[in-house]
Design a protein around this ligand. Structure first.
Ligand code: NAD
Length: 306
């Protein structure tokens, strides 16, 4: 009976599936170092959301056969160490793509209508649209989708459904694939940035993409354009983004992810009126959580099935 150690609870359907598959399940909710060290020797499988799985964690779990990440992105797991130890690491690639794509649309719409500004204003009995918070239609605007993978592809389709002109920048996807899907490929990032009214980011975090949204990127954006990031905070130089937003060169931003998470102290971006934020919650809809958990359980059961 494989023993599954869960670092944070996942959806009960997945716990039931694991138990039905013959696993024993132990839940450690926000464990401290001592309780983690006590539990790790029992673990044959780990489910993990954002806890860092380092070489030291794996060394303390000699029976570990699989790390099943609840989410997308390998950035919280030391993949080289896992590979050296022969431990497969799985993610839940398609499970949350729709949830994140819809969140990106929500932020694009929020930026277009400055929903948070008008909500706060009306609570103080302010009525009508003010020039400091201009609103616009998505239809007829041009969006640049950076990263045409599972999430970016969905966002592109949703934007097209809103009547937007959709430009796609992804150096690893053939231009014909983008054209075949009905969108305009943009080879040079800056050519797209210069003409897009909105920019949405959907690329993985890696040493190559770290802080790709830097002062040069932001200066290249069309003045007043909106920027949405539901990918990873490490992709963005937050100080440069805050400056561009303060200056109004970037009109507004929607951010679900941050350089340091969770945010526990004031950062410049939070003090700006033209920023709407969420706490890395894009994937955490009821349906997204259920699908991610079931995908984790399936990976574990498949691993022990051989
Ligand atoms: P994916 O691997 O399916 O797609 C990523 C795409 O980015 C690929 O097509 C790749 O070719 C492209 N790409 C890589 N480097 C690029 C570059 N420099 N410029 C342009 N394109 C580049 O990934 P996905 O599942 O669509 O996830 C996209 C992002 O969303 C990731 O950063 C992931 O971590 C993040 N994410 C966030 C949440 C959340 O809760 N906010 C949830 C899931 C995923």
């Amino acid at each position: 009976m494989p023993h599954v150690l869960m670092l944070r609870a996942i959806h009960p359907d997945a716990i039931a599936a694991l138990k039905a598959g013959g696993c024993t399940v132990e839940l450690l909710e926000n464990p401290d170092a001592a309780s983690l060290a006590e539990a790790l020797p029992r673990a044959e499988a780990l489910t993990v959301r954002l806890t860092a799985i380092t070489d030291a964690v794996m060394a303390a779990a000699p029976n570990l056969r699989i790390v099943a990440r609840h989410g997308v992105g390998y950035d919280s797991v030391d993949i080289a160490a896992a590979t050296a130890r022969g431990i497969p690491v799985t993610i839940t690639p398609d499970a949350n793509a729709q949830s994140v794509a819809e969140h990106a649309m929500m932020m694009l719409l929020a930026c277009a209508r400055r929903t948070w500004t008008y909500d706060a204003r009306l609570r103080q009995f302010g009525w009508g649209v003010v020039p400091e918070a201009p609103t616009f239609d998505l239809a007829g605007r041009t969006i640049l989708v950076i990263g045409f993978g599972r999430i970016g592809g969905r966002v592109a389709r949703l934007c097209a459904a809103f009547g937007m002109r959709v430009l796609v920048h992804d150096p690893y996807v053939a231009q014909n694939t983008v054209k075949g899907a009905g969108f305009e490929p943009v080879k040079e990032l800056h050519a797209g940035l210069a003409i897009a009214d909105m920019v949405t980011l959907h690329v993985p975090s890696s040493p190559a993409t770290r802080r790709m949204v830097n002062a040069g990127f932001l200066a290249g954006m069309k003045p007043g354009a909106a920027f949405v990031n539901t990918a990873r905070g490490t992709l963005v130089d937050e100080a440069a983004l805050a400056s561009a937003l303060s200056a109004g060169h970037v009109g507004c931003a929607g951010l679900d992810v941050f350089e340091e998470e969770p945010i526990t102290r004031p950062i410049a971006l939070l003090g700006l009126p033209n920023v709407v934020i969420s706490p890395h919650s894009a994937a955490s809809t009821a349906q997204g959580m259920q699908r991610m958990a079931m995908s984790c359980a399936d990976s574990i059961l498949a691993c022990f099935d051989g």
